[in-house]
Design a protein around this ligand. Sequence first.
Ligand code: TLP
Length: 345
Amino acid sequence: MKYSDFRSDTVTKPTDKMRRAMAEAEVGDDVIGVDPTVQKLETLAASIMGKEAALFCPSGTMGNSIAVKTWTHELQEVIVEAKSHIFNLESTHLTFISRVTPRPLASNRGAMDPDEVERAIKIPNVHTPETTLLCVENTHNNWGGAVVPLSNFQALRRVADRHGLRLHLDGARIYNASAASGVPVLEYAKCVDSIMFCLSKGLSAPIGSMLAGPRNFIDFGRRIRKALGGGMRQVGIIAAAGLIALTEMPARLAEDHARAKTLARGIAGLPGVQLNPAEIETNIIIFGFEHPRFPVPAFVAELARRGIGVLGAPSGAGIRMVTHKDVDDADVEAAIAAFRAILAG
Ligand code: TLP
């Protein structure tokens, strides 16, 4: 039986072209700074994002951790969005690595209210931490792949400038945001001091994320990456796939978004499924699921038994499904059929 894997776009396998490029990559010791393929990737990423420099990181998590560590120091506070990856899955890293306090703020589908952000900025005194960094996420994973509008970035930039805050973008899926909105990635990147984006999700590279920003930020970030154990040697072998991810894969993301819409329309309205297909903007579908016969884990297991991989949503009461290069129209049809067979029975 075929397994249709909707658990995440992180499951994408490298393309044949990536594998060939990996086999043939020119490499050197990147810790010494002599891997030509990594240098090519870092230069390209920096220029696409309009930043002075970029750093190849083993994961998005490490890219975000380096950014927070580099922009802050202890006794400081970071404003984060309440459902963001940085807050929900990385706040222990913020406290462990950077020793800063995350201050979560609610949002409208990932877009924080600039006035609320302004009110949350602390005037430092002997009692309180100083607010020095604001983090945003686009697309917003936990808000079901919602696209945060460029106008929100511009408004947050003005707030950050008024108060001397740095602005960091967790743009793990910034190319999905761009594909859905038509806004070039550079326009989002222009509004922020630093951006992390992943090559290993919808763009299908096997490993790797980029962190881009000012030269001195990246120089210090390179030291932090080494301190965290992320200094990698002949890693051009991985960067070679990243180059293809960056140059060739963004163009196909609209296909994933169209499939997510088809999938959402196909399962919305089935017993237990709480989903408004109109809210699906990109490749992530998160929906509430409540069914008298199937608690979420039982339903997830039943789908898996029928060859459909999904994950329980981070909130616990729902389910997440993600479309990507390695699921096609037949996988979407199979998923819809499995949902119908289980729930309509
Ligand atoms: N997201 C993963 C899981 O961690 C949930 C996924 O399957 O979606 N920022 C955002 C917005 C992310 O979604 C992720 C990973 C990261 C950062 C971390 O990237 P990695 O997994 O490369 O450390």
